[in-house]
Design a protein around this ligand. Structure first.
Ligand code: PMV
Length: 336
């Protein structure tokens, strides 16, 4: 059997990966900590077949665009090289969430692709080896391999940059309410953002603060200390965006002082969160490279948080994806 199907969840970083030590191997500048998201996952089937002249890639039931197909092909080459085979593959991949939701489908996608391709070739790799391989496809994909709450250690070489679970999914009933305020692709790619980050005047300060922040977030997760956790992740998200907002660059010959991933609705939500907290709702936010706002709260307060979002939304067309912590990448799922 040269075929396997794997499922992997997207992940949300609490301490962020922004800036690379090595852009080819995706070695990050700093450790990051994340949680797998139960409602956002990718199911991928890989079939290696001798009669194929080239790799074939389908995304959500349709032929994938060339850019995505090439990226998948390059990752399959990496896995073929590892296995010592040349056979081409058919890849079918489906996401439970829209591509422009502000939830990285590349993390769940490359984690599921790695596990499915490795299994289809009959290889049995350790979680660490899978995480190392997934990282080379897309940096944050290495965090979608282990269970629950995860830390990706920078490492100095390809062999020692991988993610490990720091607590299982059932450790803490923490809810992520992802509020999608706009359904549009981001203006500046995260790969450009990673490249520009070290030129920000605040880069050195952020790097100096990160060891302490990582320690606090790790401890808060272990002790289920929601207040420390919330304060650290909100501060961290703003530290990330301070770097982005001061990453000067040019677009088509025109100078820009920084990258604005926020929209007016994003800022409105950030201010609303502060007011909800003052009104006694335990909720904190984090943000990635886009306008989507992630609201974190204890699971039992989820309905209250969603209600507060509906009230703030008014006539606008926001949508929400609500997730608990999820397990890591696994084989199985319906063949598609
Ligand atoms: O995986 P990339 O290269 O799209 O970078 C992800 C960067 C953030 O989402 C902003 C932070 C993170 O750690 O996921």
């Amino acid at each position: 059997m040269n075929q396997a199907t794997a499922i992997a969840h997207a992940n949300l970083a609490f301490v962020k990966y922004w800036g690379k030590k090595d852009p080819v191997l995706n070695l990050p500048a700093n450790n990051s900590i994340s949680m797998n998201l139960s409602a956002a996952y990718t199911t991928t089937t890989v079939v290696f077949a001798n009669d194929l002249l080239d790799d074939e890639v389908q995304l959500d039931g349709e032929d994938a665009d060339q850019k995505f197909a090439d990226r998948v092909g390059r990752h399959l080459d990496r896995i073929r090289q590892y296995a010592g085979v040349y056979t081409r593959a058919r890849v079918e991949t489906r996401n439970t969430f829209p591509a422009s939701a502000g939830i990285a489908s590349s993390a769940s996608g490359f984690a599921a692709l790695t596990l499915a391709a490795v299994a289809a070739l009959g290889m049995e790799l350790s979680e660490r080896e899978l995480s190392i391989l997934a990282r080379q496809g897309s940096g944050s994909a290495c965090r979608s391999i282990p269970d629950g709450f995860v830390e990706w250690r920078t490492g100095a070489t390809n062999r020692d940059s991988y993610a490990e679970s720091i607590a299982p999914a059932e450790h803490w009933d923490l809810l992520d309410v992802a509020v999608i305020v706009a359904d549009q692709p981001k203006g500046v790619s995260s790969s450009l953002g990673h490249r520009l980050a070290p030129d920000s005047p605040f880069w050195a300060m952020r790097q100096a603060q990160l060891p302490e922040r990582l320690e606090q977030v790790r401890r808060a997760i272990h002790e289920r200390d929601f207040v420390t956790f919330g304060q650290e992740i909100e501060t961290e998200a703003l530290s990330l965006h301070a770097i982005m907002l001061t990453s000067a660059h040019e677009v088509a010959g025109s100078w820009r002082s920084g990258i604005y991933y926020w929209l007016p609705d994003t800022l409105e939500l950030l201010i609303a969160v502060q007011n909800w907290r003052a009104d006694g709702i335990p909720v904190y936010f984090t943000l990635d490279a886009g306008p989507t706002v992630h609201l974190l709260c204890p699971a039992e307060r989820g309905e209250q948080v969603q209600e507060a979002v509906w009230l703030t939304q008014g006539r606008r067309n926001w949508s929400m994806i609500v997730s608990l912590p999820a397990v890591g990448a696994r084989l199985g799922g319906a063949t598609i």
